[in-house]
Design a protein. Structure first.
Length: 108
């Protein structure tokens, strides 16, 4: 199965840069959302601020049925096919400035 590429090179680089800056500040930095992903068939939004390049886990907020804040597997999102039409999660450029600050979490 071919993997869907959700992030442009520029966006991926910004997410990774944020991850390294947050690591250097011991989890004390907050960032504006870099990219918003959505389910084209209905419920589901992901707001990403950082990306760990070693394990491809992003950090951000997700709104499925309730809000959740934490690690998000980009591998899972890239391989997800949403029923009933088998569409993929997509990126949107309609993004309002949102700050996400996480509690002091060193590894996720």
């Amino acid at each position: 199965m071919k993997k869907m590429m959700l992030l442009t090179k520029e966006i991926k680089e910004r997410l990774i840069k944020n991850f390294h800056e947050n690591e250097a500040s011991h989890g004390e930095k907050s960032f504006k959302v870099v990219v918003k992903l959505f389910n084209p068939t209905g419920r589901g939004f992901w707001f990403l601020t950082e990306l760990n390049p070693e394990n491809n886990i992003a950090f951000g907020g997700a709104k499925l049925s309730d809000w959740d804040l934490g690690g998000i597997s980009m591998n899972e999102l890239e391989n997800l096919k949403v029923p009933p039409f088998g569409l993929h999660i997509e990126e949107t450029n309609h993004l309002k400035a949102i700050n996400i600050r996480l509690p002091n979490v060193k590894s996720w």
